[in-house]
Design a protein around this ligand. Structure first.
Ligand SMILES: O=c1ccn([C@H]2C[C@H](O)[C@@H](COP(=O)(O)OP(=O)(O)OP(=O)(O)O)O2)c(=O)[nH]1
Ligand SMILES: [Mg+2]
Length: 156
């Protein structure tokens, strides 16, 4: 018999009053990189995002992201491709010391109104490791072949 242990880090979360009854953020498939986040808006107050407009949408949860990891709030490609709806600040950064409600900044780059209803999966969050560096001010950098070339310097 093989005993499978789940070695994944744990993501603790707290459900806020506006998250009552919402499905937990979840990985929709076995290999999904991101867990989908749902709109914790009022059932009887759908949010109509007009073309060019943005909105800060609550998810109903506070996440306790493990130390050394961040949450990256990213768009869902389906909303982007079909409706032109994306995360304005993609990827949004959720710090591991943040203890407020995770929110999603959606923008409608499409040509039609986009209606967001309670529980709609509006974005996804990827948990990724990060490092912090020591920061040191210096007077000269090392020489490299690239030098200061960038922004298309190597051609198309
Ligand atoms: O899409 C996002 C981006 C950020 N946050 C929360 C978690 C994050 O830890 C905090 C601060 O984000 P950020 O550092 O990107 O924003 P800021 O404008 O620099 O605010 P602050 O001065 O609070 O750091 O806001 C979200 O809930 N969703
Ligand atoms: Mg900041």
């Amino acid at each position: 018999m093989t005993i499978h242990t789940d070695t994944r880090p744990t993501l603790n979360l707290i459900r806020l009053p506006n998250g009552k009854g919402l499905d937990l953020p979840a990985y929709e498939t076995r290999g999904a990189a991101g867990m989908d986040l749902r709109a914790a808006i009022d059932e009887d107050k759908p949010l109509v995002l007009a073309p060019g407009k943005r909105a800060l949408i609550p998810t109903g949860f506070v996440f306790e992201i493990p130390e050394g990891f961040e949450g990256q709030v990213r768009p869902r490609s389906g909303l982007a491709a079909k409706n032109g709806v994306t995360c304005l600040n993609a990827p949004g950064t959720v710090d591991c010391d943040y203890r407020g409600e995770v929110k999603v900044i959606l923008v409608n780059h499409g040509e039609e109104d986009f209606t967001i209803t309670r529980g709609m999966r509006i974005a996804q969050m990827v948990i990724a490791p990060f490092i912090q560096t020591r920061i040191a001010e210096i007077s000269e950098t090392t020489e490299t072949a690239r030098g200061a070339g960038g922004f298309g310097s190597t051609g198309v």
